[in-house]
Design a binder for this molecule. Structure first.
Ligand code: ATP
Ligand code: MG
Length: 350
């Protein structure tokens, strides 16, 4: 029996609604694959911030650093500023635990309405740098309230940081049948960090002659995501570009509600974290209609990371089958089903 201790952070809004469906499916598959999960539920959230003045306990990260993984719903709420909810919970977990790869599959499933004409085949991965780049704390504001007022923000790209995420992306591309890696850049406008990013892409690629590479400026790359998504296999981007692409990717596959993500520490010094791409969705929270597939698929990625790719694949197969049945779809996919109804359908399909 393989035993895993998982830190569970449902978070806010629909995070609290989709998490039970993720756990339902993982408990169902665990029994079949000789896996035993212990779920440690944590109330780290904006609710906690309102009652205790902090998103998580001061020693929070210490208490979960020995866990096998972190399973997260969604964090953030309109009553709490982003610089609190994001920078006091999500970003410390990603950075302290060196989860420098943010991995996001983008796939168009049969049965899910697609906004693109002709339903192109869409099946690729986005590898986003998750620890540095544009999302830095270096910068500030000067001369407030005067005509000379300005804001300055510095990007930080280190050779270590860029090389390690590119290595991961090249390894992933090498493992895929098409062996094709695309880099997102903007070296014509961002003239210091992006040329460095391009340079490291070229150097790192020398160790992977079997991987075909290309690069696009982020502006035209977003256009290709919409006009020509079939051309992509693996796409690597900086923190900001990867963030933008990984909202756009799921949007062209019908709904952000199905998209999963993994925040990975490939060296396994610390736990990795698995969470849907979407946020807490205040506009639909409390209605029981959120799509739970992003949470469930994130659970499949967690199984993959823990060394059970067969179990992860079985979940994805179950998702594939369920999504072809219109009566099981939630409203974001054009149906009338509930969060619990769709979650149960996936568990039953297993
Ligand atoms: P964040 O800043 O946390 O990424 P966001 O502002 O990008 O959040 P989301 O919370 O992801 O926003 O919501 C964006 C839109 O997508 C909303 O209209 C929301 O209702 C919808 N949405 C997000 N997740 C789901 C889901 N699981 N099921 C159905 N609709 C969803
Ligand atoms: Mg978002």
């Amino acid at each position: 029996m393989a035993k895993y201790r998982i830190a569970v952070i449902p978070g806010d809004g629909i995070g609290k609604e989709v998490m039970p469906e993720g756990i339902r499916v993982l408990d169902t598959i665990a029994a079949r694959f000789g896996i035993e999960f212990t779920w440690d539920h944590l109330d780290w959230s904006c609710d906690r911030y309102h009652s205790d003045g902090a998103m998580m306990p001061a020693d929070g990260l210490d208490t979960i650093k020995g866990h096998d993984a972190i399973y997260l719903g969604a964090v953030g709420w309109p009553t709490v500023p982003d610089h609190v909810s994001l920078w006091e919970l999500l970003i410390p977990i990603r950075r302290d635990f060196q989860q420098y790869v943010n991995l996001r599959p983008v796939r168009l499933f049969d049965g899910v309405p697609c906004p693109l004409a002709g339903r192109p085949e869409i099946d690729f991965w986005i590898v986003r740098e998750n620890n540095e780049g544009e999302y830095s704390e270096i910068g500030g504001r000067l001369y407030a309230g005067t005509d000379a007022e300005m804001a300055v923000q510095q990007n930080v790209f280190t050779r270590r940081g860029v090389d390690r995420v590119m290595r991961y992306a090249f390894e992933l591309a090498k493992s895929r049948p098409n062996k094709h890696l695309t880099s997102a850049t903007k070296s014509n406008g961002i003239i210091h960090t992006m040329p460095f990013w391009d340079e490291r892409f070229k150097v790192m690629g020398e160790a992977y002659p079997e991987v075909r590479t290309d690069q696009y400026h982020i502006d035209i790359l977003t256009a290709h995501f919409v006009r020509n998504p079939s051309r992509f296999d693996v796409v690597v981007g900086s923190n900001l570009f990867g963030d933008i692409l990984s909202d756009l990717g799921p949007a062209v596959t019908g709904t952000i509600g199905i998209a999963p993500s993994a925040n990975i520490n490939p060296e396994r010094d610390f736990p990795s974290m698995f969470e849907p791409v979407h946020g807490s969705a205040p506009d639909i929270a409390g209605k029981g209609i959120a799509n739970p597939i992003g949470q469930i698929w994130s659970g499949a990625m967690m199984l993959d990371h823990l060394g059970h790719p067969d179990a992860g694949r079985a979940i994805v197969k179950a998702i594939e089958r369920v999504l072809t049945q219109p009566e099981l779809l939630t409203p974001d996919m054009g149906g009338k089903a509930t969060t619990a109804g769709l979650g149960k359908a996936v568990a039953d399909a297993l």
